[in-house]
Design a protein around this ligand. Structure first.
Ligand code: C2E
Ligand code: CA
Ligand code: CA
Length: 750
């Protein structure tokens, strides 16, 4: 009840009740009968009036309380409706009143005198800030207390609240005694705000450019990345139209149509910054609709793909271009060839490689070989005749593709030009290199109907050019293909022969020129056909060399020769050495010595009964390595002979270093002895050999004249048809046996 009402109520009661009671007191001493009825009536009237007044006052109080209750209810309802909590804090006692609501989860203990009173619920990270703000208000620095912080609910989770309050009472000494306020749950708002902030930050920080524009492409907003990619500042683009400067205006209209139709558009663009720098980007537009589905804005995302495009171009260049020479590679060549191979067209293809490139690589190193290829590519590439026509197929193999021509004269000129260009010396690391090349040429459509056939036939022609002396060009013809087919047949035959043991060994004796005794023999391989015929090694050894089958053939020959010799030694027919030919591929085998050791051991043949014939070409492929291998063989007691001496490229300087026992003069020199120059030649070879303390074997001796001349030149050993053709093992045993018989004049030349 307000103070004023209470005062009126008390006064009325006093006024109305005092007279009757005064009268009653007086009349107490008085005789009741003497009390005047009038006075009594007055007393009664006063009493009634007092009662009436009291009753009215009570009614008034009730109404007051009813209004108060209503007002409280309204307040409660409004608080409930607003979701806010009312708090009332008695600062001195620490007592905290909180209107019952969502936020009164924790039982507060006023006696703890926490500051602020809900301290236990405030998030530790926010507490300091809340305390500062509260103190500022309590100290009079701020008219209100207002703080946003996280408050813990009964379930243990924190929610964001907005706490507002004000001091409402002070103690007599002027310090705050009471403070009230409201607490608002702003968690959802705060979360939404957080999400918006997050999105805003994302937009600020993503590397993709984002632009929002209206449906006429007038820019409403852009993010920093947009400016980074396009080079246009936000201030310059806001309210301006989004344009693609390097495209016709129709382009934007098309985008607009697509957006209207599909709600989305994306594509790759190339644009120019204001400073002229070009950039490439992926651009995607999406439509933002209102609730009714009407387009309101377009949001565009611009991804800078300049770097990626550069990388892609580089990868494409790497995939298409040979990394060493920079020329288009085999893949590009095949694609180009496939595109050209069409009816009613005529083209020519020249395929060439360098003669003896392997030798350059082996002797001067691969680095120099690479430099040579680069220089060659450069030289040809700068020649207008070969520009856009030259490809590197791999290794030292190149191709020139001539479009729309089948004119033999033009193509021949082109090939000649190529050979001349290649023949010009190259100076690399102070080495002057003179190289040559062999070119195979095919014509489309005559020489093949598809790229593979054309390339295969060009290779065949090139192979023939090489075999015909190299440093030349050859047009492909059908007979070349027949030879290629034959080569394939031979390869298959060798494979079959190795499997079925169709290889056998023939022996040709080596005779002492003075005594006529057999001092040794050469083991020569033969292929026995299923019908019993003999195939000469000349027809299969080159193929076997190429395919590597010679390694297996060589092992068969070595094993059979060692076994035969062991048998003849045991029979006492023979005491000398058997010479076995070693091909280059065999000689290069890393386990060659081991293989020979094994065979000698299996055949129980002492190593000094074995001689190995190696050609100059074989040792010159890698002279240092050859010397090393030869030393190892010599260390085992095996003899070494240099075969076909004079036909290869070995220098006298090397010859001195090779640990040889024997030099075999090639048949070509013996054939040439019918003239003085030829004889001098053989004389020189024999002298060199003797000066190097080497034995000399003359091979291919067919006549008595040749024999006589060789005897005069002090050549000590003879091999040739004059004495014997190569014989089968059985015939050779008979030959040896006959040799053991008393000498016959016919075999010991006079
Ligand atoms: P080569 O090592 O120079 O062998 C000598 C060749 O000359 C043999 O031919 C032999 O039959 C032939 N010959 C010997 N004396 C005369 C003669 O007076 N007149 C004529 N016209 N020819 C004579 P063959 O047996 O046909 O061997 C040819 C080539 O095959 C050999 O030349 C050798 O390079 C190779 N060869 C033979 N057998 C083997 C082998 O087992 N392994 C390897 N790697 N190569 C072998
Ligand atoms: Ca030989
Ligand atoms: Ca020979």
């Amino acid at each position: 009840m307000p103070k004023r009402h209470r005062y009126y109520f008390t006064l009325a009661c006093l006024l109305l009740t005092t007279p009757p009671f005064a009268l009653a007191a007086v009349s107490w001493e008085t005789n009741w009968d003497s009390v005047h009825p009038y006075l009594f009536s007055v007393v009664l009237l006063f009493a009634c009036a007092a009662l009436l007044l009291s009753y009215a006052s009570i009614l008034k109080m009730r109404r007051y309380h009813q209004r108060l209750a209503k007002s409280e209810e309204r307040l409660r309802l409004s608080l409930w409706g607003s979701g806010d909590e009312l708090w009332d804090w008695r600062i001195e006692t620490g007592e905290l009143y909180r209107s019952s609501s969502w936020l009164t989860p924790v039982e507060l203990k006023p006696e703890t005198h926490d500051f602020p009173p809900n301290k236990q619920q405030i998030h530790p990270q926010d507490l300091g800030r809340v305390v500062t703000l509260l103190n500022e208000h309590l100290n009079g620095n701020n008219a209100f207390f207002e703080a946003t912080y996280r408050l813990q609910t009964a379930k243990g989770m924190y929610i964001w609240v907005l706490d507002r309050g004000k001091i409402v009472a002070y103690t007599t000494d002027g310090s705050p005694s009471r403070m009230t306020g409201t607490l608002k749950n702003i968690h959802q708002f705060k979360e939404a705000e957080g999400r918006m902030l997050l999105f805003a930050r994302c937009l600020e920080n993503i590397s993709d450019g984002v632009l929002v524009c209206d449906t006429q492409f007038t820019i409403i907003e852009v993010n920093p990345a947009f400016s980074g990619i396009t080079g246009k500042t936000r201030a310059n683009v806001i309210n301006s139209r989004f344009e693609l400067s390097m495209y016709p205006s129709r382009y934007m209209q098309d985008i607009q149509l697509q957006l209207a139709k599909h709600g989305r558009w994306s594509g790759e663009i190339q644009e120019q910054m204001d400073n002229g720098t070009l950039y490439q980007a992926e651009l995607a537009f999406d439509v933002i609709n209102d609730d009714e589905g009407n387009p309101q804005q377009y949001v565009g995302v611009l991804s800078d793909i300049t770097e990626r495009k550069i990388r892609e171009a580089e990868l494409k260049r790497l995939a298409n271009n040979d990394t060493l020479t920079g020329l288009p590679n085999r893949a590009v060549f095949m694609t180009k060839l496939a595109q050209l191979v069409k009816p009613q067209t005529k083209h020519a293809l020249l395929v060439f490689d360098l003669d003896n490139f392997k030798k350059i690589n082996d002797s001067l190193g691969h680095e120099l070989g690479d430099t040579l290829l680069c220089k060659l590519a450069q030289r040809l590439h700068t020649d207008a005749r070969y520009q856009q026509k030259l490809y590197r197929l791999g290794g030292d193999e190149f191709a020139v593709l001539l479009n729309d021509t089948n004119d033999i004269h033009t193509i021949s000129l082109m090939a000649k030009g190529l050979l001349e260009q290649i023949n010009q010396p190259f100076i690399i690391n102070q080495h002057e290199l003179a190289i040559t090349s062999s070119i195979g040429i095919v014509l489309y459509p005559d020489d093949g109907s598809d790229p593979q056939a054309l390339l295969r036939n060009a290779d065949t022609a090139m192979y023939h050019a090489k075999n015909n002396g190299a440093n030349r060009y050859l047009f492909f013809n059908d007979s070349m293909n027949k030879q290629a087919v034959k080569r394939l047949q031979i390869e298959n035959l060798i494979r079959y022969g190795l499997k079925e043991d169709y290889f056998t060994v023939f022996y040709q004796p080596k005779m002492d020129i003075l005594t006529g005794n057999v001092v040794g023999m050469e083991a020569l391989v033969r292929f026995i056909t299923p019908k019993g015929g003999l195939v000469s090694p000349a027809s299969f050894i080159p193929v076997a060399e190429e395919t590597g089958q010679i390694v297996d053939i060589g092992a068969v020959v070595l094993r059979k020769a060692c076994a035969d010799v062991k048998k003849w030694l045991a029979l006492g027919l023979f005491q000398g050495r058997v010479a076995v030919n070693l091909s280059a591929k065999q000689f290069m085998l890393p386990n060659l010595c081991q293989q020979i050791d094994d065979i000698l051991e299996q055949c129980e043949l002492p190593s000094y009964h074995l001689e190995l014939e190696i050609t100059e070409g074989t040792v010159m492929q890698s002279p240092t390595l050859a010397i090393d291998t030869m030393k190892k063989l010599r260390a085992r007691g095996i003899h070494l002979a240099m075969d076909d001496f004079g036909t290869g490229y070995s220098s006298l300087a090397y010859l001195k270093q090779f640990p040889l026992n024997t030099l075999k003069i090639d048949k070509a020199f013996i054939d040439d002895m019918d003239n003085a120059r030829g004889r001098n030649m053989v004389d020189t070879i024999v002298t060199i050999a003797h000066n190097l303390s080497l034995n000399v074997v003359a091979e291919g001796v067919e006549t008595k004249d040749q024999l006589d001349m060789l005897r005069k030149l002090r050549c000590e050993t003879i091999q040739g048809y004059y004495y014997s053709k190569p014989l089968s093992a059985k015939d050779f045993a008979a030959f040896l046996f006959a040799q053991k018989q008393p000498p016959r004049l016919s075999v010991i030349p006079g």
